[in-house]
Design a protein around this ligand. Sequence first.
Ligand SMILES: [Zn+2]
Ligand SMILES: [Zn+2]
Length: 66
Amino acid sequence: MVDVDVDSVRKLKCDKCGSRFKYPERLEKHKEIAHNKKKEKCRACGTEFHSTENLRKHKKVCKERM
Ligand SMILES: [Zn+2]
Ligand SMILES: [Zn+2]
């Protein structure tokens, strides 16, 4: 039973996109960022962002343009 490590690594696979992770916390973080989190949308121009941080940065530029 030398392959126990390999087997546990296989379990840490994202069922939505197939990405594999060594650590459970990494997988959880990935799911949160890539799949579970709702997209942030700029109300002014409709551009979608994966993180609030990106949207915040964009809003500054977006406002300046208007
Ligand atoms: Zn995924
Ligand atoms: Zn915008």
